[in-house]
Design a protein around this ligand. Structure first.
Ligand SMILES: Nc1nc2c(ncn2[C@@H]2O[C@H](COP(=O)(O)OP(=O)(O)OP(=O)(O)O)[C@@H](O)[C@H]2O)c(=O)[nH]1
Length: 478
């Protein structure tokens, strides 16, 4: 359906629509920048909104949401084994655990601002680094079911994130400790302030690396586009955090920007869960149509090909015959068919084994191909029986070609696994005339000639005309 729509739509309109979509994505991605710039250029006096309850509530809800998103991402990974999703889930896990501490220590902003603040950039940095690792593994083959079922790495990371939290508490309970009341709500602690800014710049740098790696590697796809927009939003959230002072408007805005990027990413995860459980390999409609076209072509190929010899099967050969008959009636193009049958093939199987028999069939095909023209059609129509359609060919020339095919096999034995296998074949030749009516009756006539070749001693070519000067005998059709 979609394909029909697209083929009937003017290309200019399709380009315009695509450009509009690109513009929208760009706008979505950079809208936070407008708010950041505005608040930076026109700060609403020195207003600060220090509301612990709201902060608790916001981080409580965020933790619940990010835990749910982590779980759904993990389910997607277990189902698809996609390594990109594994790192995404690790990132969400680390972020949820560490960010929860930011909420837990809200009260500390009164007496240990450093400890309270540090969890924000640490949680974002852990997420950004995991996303980077996910992108680095973007093209790697999926994990097997055995690997996805293992919980060891998840437990290890869970513990690692808890240890990271404890380390931060230990470090800041001494050096970062200072009282907000003493410093008049400004972050005067040099070490804590520098560390926080350093970590936040680390988030910006990692996120930019993620963005540029996606652009350089041309990573696209509907969900990866959402991912890219989230990255751009995350980078802007960090810039907003860098411009912010605790409890001022820029600081609240930074939280809101980060939350919007996270929610967008979680939307992508839910879409992945409800579709293929894969994030990186969700295709656009265009890509799906291209895949479908390729799959259909492959199906048609398989339906028309003999799997052992890779040549046309009976059905495909009959289609070619129908076309040749059509051309005979429209343009009087003569054509003939040969039916080739290996002699005593059962004995070959019995003496040398089935694998040797298969090899003989394949070798017969490649030797025959070498004797035929590109317009001739060689098909396998039975176990050890082949047919050749020879366009623009009358009986005399067809007998000549058949004789060449017979000789190419009879004169050089086939070697299989060090064993020499003498192989011959008998061939029946028939030229199409309007009396035949259809392909089946033409094949019947060639088959009749083949039967005569077998009856007269095999390793022969037989046709329905008299050619007494060739090794071929003629057969009078009844
Ligand atoms: N190796 C192998 N053998 C096959 C395949 N398809 C059919 N055959 C064998 O081909 C043999 C055909 O035997 P027959 O029909 O008795 O013919 P023949 O032994 O060639 O005897 P004539 O045709 O009378 O010379 C059977 O033994 C089949 O099992 C195949 O794909 N591979």
């Amino acid at each position: 359906m979609t394909d029909d729509f697209n083929t009937n739509t003017p290309p200019a309109l399709i380009s315009l629509t695509k450009s509009y979509i690109c513009g929208l994505q760009f706008l979505f991605a950079f809208t936070p920048g407008i708010a950041i710039t505005y608040l930076y250029a026109f700060p609403p006096s020195d207003a600060q909104y220090m509301n612990f309850s709201l902060h608790h509530l916001a981080i409580g809800v965020s933790t619940l949401i990010s835990s749910f998103v982590t779980w759904v991402t993990w389910l997607c990974y277990r189902s698809s084994g996609e390594i990109f999703l594994r790192w995404l889930a690790f990132g969400f896990l680390g972020f949820s655990i560490i960010y929860a501490c930011h909420g837990l220590f809200t009260q500390l902003s009164n007496c240990n601002l450093g400890l309270f603040l540090i969890y924000g950039p640490v949680s974002r940095l852990v997420l950004a680094l995991c996303l980077l690792l996910g992108l680095l593994n973007y093209n790697r083959p999926a994990d097997s079911l055995q690997v996805t079922a293992q919980l060891k790495s998840w437990r290890t990371l869970f513990l690692l994130f808890i240890v990271l939290d404890l380390l931060i508490v230990l470090a800041f309970s001494r050096s970062g400790s200072f009282c907000l009341a003493e410093i008049g709500m400004t972050n005067s602690n040099e070490f804590a302030s520098k560390l926080r800014r350093g970590l936040e710049w680390g988030v910006v740098a990692t996120t930019l690396i993620n963005i540029f790696s996606m652009l350089a590697r041309r990573i696209r796809g509907p969900l990866m586009t959402l991912f890219m927009i989230s990255l751009v939003v995350f980078a802007q959230a960090s810039i907003s955090f860098l411009l912010a002072k605790p409890w001022n408007h820029q600081w609240w805005l930074a939280h809101a920007i980060f939350a919007s990027g996270f929610l967008l990413l979680s939307y992508g995860i839910m879409q992945a869960f409800l579709s293929s459980r894969s994030f990186a390999r969700v295709y656009s409609v265009e890509e799906l149509m291209a895949h479908l076209r390729d799959a259909n072509l492959e199906l048609v190929r398989l339906a028309n090909t003999d799997p052992l010899t890779n040549i046309a099967n009976r059905r495909s050969l009959m289609d070619s015959l129908a076309i040749a008959i059509d051309q005979y009636h429209r343009y009087a193009c003569r054509f003939s068919v040969l039916i080739l049958d290996l002699d005593h093939f059962k004995q070959i199987n019995d003496t040398y084994g089935h694998a040797a028999g298969d090899w003989v069939l394949q070798e017969t095909v490649s030797r025959s191909f070498a004797q035929l023209r590109s317009m001739d059609v060689l098909g396998r129509i039975g176990g050890e029986e082949f047919a050749v359609l020879l366009p623009h060919t009358g009986t005399e020339e067809a007998i000549h070609i058949a004789e060449r095919l017979r000789a190419t096999l009879a004169e050089t034995p086939i070697i299989f696994d060090g064993q020499t296998i003498p192989v011959t074949m008998s061939i029946g030749v028939a030229e199409y005339s309007s009396d035949h009516g259809n392909g089946e009756s033409l094949l019947r006539q060639a088959d009749f000639c083949l039967y005569e070749a077998k009856r007269r001693g095999r390793n022969r070519v037989e046709s329905d005309i008299d050619t007494s000067d060739s090794p071929t005998s003629s057969v009078a059709l009844t």
